[in-house]
Design a protein around this ligand. Sequence first.
Ligand code: SAM
Length: 218
Amino acid sequence: MSSTYSNRQFDLARTQLVDLLRSKGISDQHVLDALNSIPRHHFVQEVFQHRAYEDSALPIACQQTISQPYTVAFMTQLLQIRRGDKVLEIGTGSGYQACILAQMGARVFTIERHFDLLETARSRFEELGYNIASKVGDGSVGWSQFAPYRGIIVTAGAPDVPQSLLRQLDDGGRMVIPVGDQASQNMIIVERQGEDFAHSKSAGFKFVPLLGKEGWRS
Ligand code: SAM
């Protein structure tokens, strides 16, 4: 597949990717439908467009990555969001994950530490017609102005669960965050019930680091 691929060929490749994700255990139809709706080839550099529907992470600018589609689907499924939920994403990157959440009907707030990445992501939000609130900053301390959030998704690997993010999680809300060392992380799911924060975890992942006050020191 080259960058001269037609939209029809991209559509077919996307459908095949969604079938693959289903076979890998993604069962939430809303998540699969969202991945089938968002043109991932718009979120990668032209040189990588022919690989946009492989189930792999790909390089983006600023030495960052757009996450593997399976990871995006897995984390989104864990969030259990419903239409109208307010969701905070840390690590806008390409903007792909934010659009998946918006496509599912969430009111999305996203933070990125690289201005250049955020500018490009914003142009994609506009081009695809998504109304997503975004800012440049250190997402490890959250975005208190719009808290609390029904869902918080952190798309960079953290050394620990940031306390600021716990405080900004709504009662009954869920946070999904990869936590570990910089070589590998476990996916941590935090569920808030009043002042109780129940933690559970699942399998190993590899993310770029969450840098910041409540992340890794850069
Ligand atoms: N969600 C993205 C997407 O859909 O393309 C992929 C995110 S990429 C794996 C992780 C991103 O987190 C990078 O763009 C990185 O710059 C960003 N990041 C790392 N630490 C951050 C922080 N403290 N605040 C905001 N963004 C951060």
